[in-house]
Design a protein around this ligand. Structure first.
Ligand code: GLA
Length: 385
């Protein structure tokens, strides 16, 4: 190879290396928000999103951090227009997406939308395949800040390539957008998605049953090393407050998702929830564990006879510890902090993140209590006596 061709080859390599990745800095903590799917399925609408936004201002959810309002599947017309553009279903979104985005932005929210990497979405609406750059420009023109991209009807498409193309398209459209990959963990996105996306689903869909919540929890063990500021494992949206989970189960589900540094995307009807459910979703002590700036995902420290102990390292050498009772009856439990190896024998002040008060004098005193079936105890440990 002569000198000139070597220089050209190096320049080409440089251009590849310099290829733009996702927009950085948008999800340094796991994103929080609300999504239409878990409760409303295909019945999304402009009225629903506006009412939800108004409710989230009034009930404190926005101020607790739930800012991304995401419209999931079935928002578009059944066909693209004659130029191949996606159009909002005029019956569901009579004012159009731009006006809805403006409504949300004026109230301090960010606007999220969904599509699918296949020829059609999971619910049978036009998919994004072959239209990536055009669609990204449409989303940018509407003021979209968060984009979830699903995996139905994708034929023989290659996962990493497909999501790279959409990420490039979003980048090319120029509007900073959080990119949420939803390929259900099929291609192990934790191994390749960090440069192109801010979060990726690790499993198939959640359901409002405690058994399914526990299954998804199990599947997160071992993935912690792949998450961190700007790139998160997504164990799917919350079922907190949905029929099928008891209050204790909603509290446990929420606490564990916080231990996992999971995106907290509410999936209930927040216009009509009980005060108890609102208190779960807006528990600032739990949310602070989820969104701690260190960005570590928690790990399962111990599992024995239905009791699991999860631990999550926090910034400033603090820790969160969650005891889960996955069994069928209320169980007495002693948490001997001194014996927890990850605490390395240091002293901590312990607070209960649900009772919002100190526990014992310090970590030299074990916690002795009981945890109801399908419930948790959640603690924050801060260095000091
Ligand atoms: C898939 C996704 C869900 C939801 C539906 C919509 O199942 O995993 O989160 O977006 O599609 O059809």
């Amino acid at each position: 190879m002569n000198r000139l061709s070597r220089l050209l080859a190096l320049a080409a390599l440089g251009a590849c290396v310099a290829r733009a990745d996702k927009f950085e800095g948008l999800a340094l903590a796991p994103p929080m928000g609300w999504n239409t799917w878990n409760t409303f399925g295909v019945n999304c609408s402009e009225a629903l999103v506006r009412e939800t936004a108004d409710a989230m201002v009034a009930n404190g959810m926005r101020d607790a951090g739930y800012v991304y309002l995401v419209i999931d599947d079935a928002w578009s017309a059944r066909e693209r227009d004659s130029d191949g553009n996606l159009v909002a279903d005029p019956a569901k979104f009579p004012g159009g997406m731009k006006a809805l985005a403006d409504y949300l932005h004026e109230r301090g929210f960010r606007f999220g939308i969904y599509n699918c990497a296949g020829s059609k979405t999971c619910a049978g609406y036009p998919g994004g395949r072959g239209h990536e750059f055009q669609d990204a420009r449409t989303y940018a023109s509407w003021g979209v800040d968060y984009f979830k991209y699903d995996w139905c009807n994708r034929g023989t498409a290659n996962g990493p390539e497909t999501y790279r193309i959409m990420s490039d398209a979003l980048r090319a459209a120029g509007r900073p957008v959080v990119f949420s990959i939803c390929e259900w963990g099929e291609n192990k996105p934790w191994l390749w998605a960090a440069p192109v996306a801010h979060l990726w689903r690790t499993t198939g869909d959640i359901e409002p049953r405690f058994g399914r919540v526990m299954q998804i929890l199990d599947l997160q063990a071992g993935l912690g090393g792949y998450a961190g500021p700007g790139h998160w494992n997504d164990p799917d949206m919350l079922e907190v407050g949905n029929k099928g989970l008891t209050l204790a189960e909603s509290r446990a589900h929420f606490s564990l998702w916080c231990m996992l540094a999971a995106p907290l995307i509410a999936g209930n009807d927040v216009r009509r929830m009980t005060p108890e459910i609102r208190d779960i979703l807006t528990n600032r002590d739990a949310i602070a564990i989820d969104r701690d700036p260190l960005g570590r995902q928690g790990f399962r420290y111990r599992a024995d006879k239905g009791i699991e102990i999860w631990a999550k390292e926090l910034s400033n050498r603090e820790w969160a510890v969650c005891a889960l009772n996955g069994g069928d009856s209320r169980t007495s439990l002693t948490l001997d902090w001194g014996g927890m190896t990850f605490l390395k024998g240091a002293y901590y002040k312990v607070t209960d993140a649900w009772a919002h008060k100190g526990v014992g004098a310090n970590s030299s005193e074990a916690w002795a209590g009981a945890v109801d079936s399908h419930d948790v105890a959640l603690f924050r440990l801060k260095s000091g006596y």
